[in-house]
Design a protein around this ligand. Structure first.
Ligand code: SF4
Ligand code: SF4
Length: 377
């Protein structure tokens, strides 16, 4: 099975972005899955994820930001201010969003480093006024993209991007179900790499082909008759985004014999079951779809509970771990209601872990996850 394009996604992406940059192509740095890929790509711009996932730049970030901010914000800002992230280096401008308070205030500092467009996101999902506000926000983004790239977004380009991104979301979702098979040869960190690569693909068609190839390799693998089923507790991971560098809880759970078969967070499956409607006005369809992303910055955020209920059934999970970063008030607070929902409505064991990017609590985490595994068996 060829996992190299996924495991080494950063090296491939750096080479492709370098080439794209040399040809005069524009690159947008993004920090959130509310950033509408379809609109950005229809303007001929490549979006690339800049979310910081490593501890290293945090010390520099804390010179400007409160130490109590979440590590994702501090790591992201730290990379920008120290100019140590190649992806930030490639970004001509930033497309930011008003999700959590920490990010909003961090962006006020970041705009001194790079041109930055702030998308104003409503904090509720189901009112007509919220949708109208968000649609006008997308129109503002369109103007900004045009000013940056000089390319007008045409309806046909937008519809083509909608079809392509829908296809990618569907293919990735189906592949992840296959990868969660009890006979799967893939580890959680390999699955994480497949998911994470999505936000680093310069050419989405290539990523789609890679997903299809891996899917057919997995299907072929399962035709073998000598495979055994993995034992161990099947975990659904929810909460804050996790990636290469901030995956310590995933590593610990797997070392203890559990299988993290489903990652519901933004670095995983969040939003993959939400296609953009391919009929009608594409702007409104994009606005409707993105507004339904179930993030804790929304209130209420019942979509997250429903998504977890659906994914837990599809992935046949035994237990749920809610991983939140210290300083992330919205996900930390939401853990109380989510825990009640999981235990009372779904009848599954629930563990809330609040941690950061350092390794200082690794042993304590190991003890808690081990005790939880025994409970869930
Ligand atoms: S958790 Fe919320 S704010 Fe963070 S990337 Fe996801 S949607 Fe954006
Ligand atoms: S993890 Fe929480 S506090 Fe950190 S950027 Fe995301 S929503 Fe904001």
């Amino acid at each position: 099975m060829d996992l190299k394009p996924f495991i080494s996604f950063s090296e491939y992406a750096i080479a492709e972005l370098d080439e794209w940059n040399r040809q005069g192509g524009k690159i947008a740095g993004v920090y959130c899955i509310y950033a509408p890929n379809e609109l950005i790509r229809a303007a001929g711009i490549v979006p690339v994820s800049l979310c910081g996932k490593k501890q290293t730049p945090i010390r520099d970030a804390e010179k400007d930001l409160p130490a109590s901010f979440c590590p994702l914000i501090k790591s992201s800002y730290g990379y920008a201010v120290t100019d140590t992230c190649p992806f930030f280096g490639f970004s001509d401008f930033i497309i930011a969003e008003t999700t959590c308070d920490g990010k909003k205030k961090m962006y006020e500092l970041m705009k001194e480093i790079r041109p930055l467009h702030l998308m104003h996101l409503p904090h509720t999902q189901n009112s007509p006024a919220a949708l109208e506000y968000w649609i006008s926000g997308l129109r503002e983004l369109e103007e900004f993209l045009y000013a940056q790239s000089g390319s007008k977004i045409t309806e046909s380009a937008l519809k083509a991007e909608i079809r392509l991104q829908n296809e990618i979301r569907k293919e990735l979702y189906d592949l992840m179900i296959l990868a969660a098979d009890r006979r799967s040869p893939l580890t959680a960190r390999e699955i994480l790499a497949v998911q994470e690569s999505k936000s680093f693909s310069v050419y989405p068609e290539t990523y789609l082909d890679q997903l299809r190839k891996l899917k057919s390799e997995l299907e072929e693998y399962y035709t073998r008759t000598d495979l055994t089923e993995k034992k161990g507790v099947r975990i659904l991971l929810t909460g804050c985004p996790v990636g290469k560098g901030s995956e310590k809880a995933v590593t610990i759970a797997e070392e203890l014999g559990a299988h993290v078969v489903c990652m519901e967070n933004c670095s995983g499956l969040k939003g993959l079951t939400l296609p953009v409607d391919e009929e009608g006005d594409p702007y409104e369809a994009i606005a409707r779809r993105y507004l339904q992303v179930p993030c804790s910055c929304m209130t209420p955020n019942h979509g997250r509970e429903e998504s977890i209920r659906e994914l837990a059934a599809v992935y046949e999970v035994d237990a749920i771990i809610d991983l939140t970063w210290i300083g992330c008030h919205t996900y930390n607070a939401e853990s109380t209601t989510l825990g009640r929902f999981v235990e009372r409505e779904m009848g599954l064991p629930f563990l809330h872990i609040e941690t950061d990017y350092s390794e200082s609590d690794a042993e304590q985490l190991r003890t808690r996850i081990e005790a939880f595994m025994e409970l869930a068996e």
